[in-house]
Design a protein around this ligand. Sequence first.
Ligand code: ADP
Ligand code: ZN
Length: 617
Amino acid sequence: MGRFMEKKQVLKQYFGYDDFRPGQEPLIESILAGRDTLGIMPTGAGKSVIYQVPALLMDGITLVISPLISLMKDQVEGLNQAGIHAAYLNSSLTMNQYFKALEFARMGRYPIIYVAPERLLTDSFLDFALHAKIAMVAVDEAHCVSQWGQDFRPSYLKIVEFIDRLPVRPVVSAFTATATAQVRDDIIDILKLQEPLVMTTGFDRSNLYFGVMSPKDRYGAIRNYIETHPGDSGIVYCLTRKHVEEVCERLRTDGFSVTRYHAGLTDAERRKNQEDFLYDRVAIMVASNAFGMGIDKSNVRFVLHYGMPKNLESYYQEAGRAGRDGEPAECILYYSGQDVITNQFFIEHNQDNQELDDFTRQLVQEQDRERLRKMTFYCFTNECLRDYILRYFGEYGSNYCGNCQNCLTQFETVDVTDAARAMIKCVEVSRQRYGVNVILDTLHGANTAKIRQYRMDENPVYGVLSKVPSHKLRQVMNFLLLNGYLSVTDDEYTIVKLTGRSAELWAETAPPLMMKMAKEQERAPKESRGKKKKLKTAGSVVLTEEEELLFEKLRSLRAQLAREEQVPPYIVFSDKTLVFMCRQKPADRSQMLEVSGVGEHKFEKYGERFLAAIAEG
Ligand code: ADP
Ligand code: ZN
């Protein structure tokens, strides 16, 4: 039988899926052909299957190097549930457990072993590895080898030394979600990949809706969102610990089921809160960016950002934790101008790169600033948000996705020449000394203490744009910054400055300055979106009332089984698989195996009980 059939059979039998996702198959082919392989794919695209499927087909053991203990545990649990023997070797094991696992490994019990990079060169592990048949080394989160990436880990440099010591060089595969050319080249060089197949793929997550908002009352906006999505599981990311605490506390006071996560909590609290969220005991996690590495909860229906992350890599990774089951989910970024300043502060005071020499450190900082600029532009753009992201990661989308705020908003093209001239004039006559807010308040004619103190109310342009709503003024200002008619200084004061282009708007031959703006009546469509969608948990698939009852029933059966097995519910079956069951109503084993997400092993474990529940109706 050809390999084509084999890998598909493995996918079906163990993982219960009928088809590979785009990009998975060529990478699997490459590995099976014995070629080194580098897959650049975003979180949730399905990287694990790419090394797990070949691991089951190759003659020998696959070692998966992963930096994250929580991820290893989750993956191994998932594999065990699918009927695959797998183990992890890391510092969370006791000595006894560790040696027991190594003993089983020696007996050839595990086709897949997850191992922390720090273990690789230890005597006990080498003693095992040098005498075993290692078919593949799969390096997860491979950007950790690069100082240019966000999470450089010196222990990752040991990987290549380890591989060099093996008697036979295994296939080396590497996976990351970081797409910059520098990181990619570092991975190839440092891991010494041999003529690897390099593929960037799967960055498009078409089930995710993207939106950007800049509401006056950020907390109110977020509360409103959560209120209109009752019962949905979601994450609210905040920039700082302080915000995590505040937002979590206010949501709790407002009666929502929430918990929190950030690096300042005790280990015990973090573990408990994380589990409460994973096991669906609480619906909403308010967290800093410390949360989520290796979290594979599949039914997260929304990821809200209370504040703009430092770059699109982080944003897309965090937002990408929504909708991992492939069902519709929403990612909305609520930003304020202050976020840019906070992030600039983080960049200036980044302690991670202390080992670097001055020159390199400056280069890294410059890169970080550039990434931050691109993140900021994401908040301003009127173009398709998905397209913006895909282009950033080096993929090409169409410039209309139909599932982001900009694609769904009606725009009109407006002549903003007068407003633009007034802004530039204001910057000029106040001698380039003020930030965006003072400039806009002046033009709008605000009567605040600050404006009076700076005597901007005596400025000739004071109040000349008082008829234009302030959010529109802000959009025009952003537009001018984005297109280089004005700039802001790169320090904590962010002073607005003139640029070489500022004078262009007065040139005789200059065409009017046109800008796309959202049509007024079309703004604030969020609540209605929220309510409309409430028909069903599973979004696109609208269940009938009867199917919905069945869904709830299967959900509680799943919760019960999860408790019995002591695993998170999504490890038993994903929401999506339950929805399929409700629609297809399988009546016997073979029909049940048709359901996407039901593999043979899971059928043996749970199939009969779900069949019985479905038969009961
Ligand atoms: P990553 O490691 O890239 O972040 P995972 O490997 O955890 O992503 O996969 C994300 C989800 O997609 C998992 O729930 C996984 O079971 C599912 N998945 C992977 N491949 C397929 C497929 N071919 N068809 C359907 N679901 C898949
Ligand atoms: Zn779009």
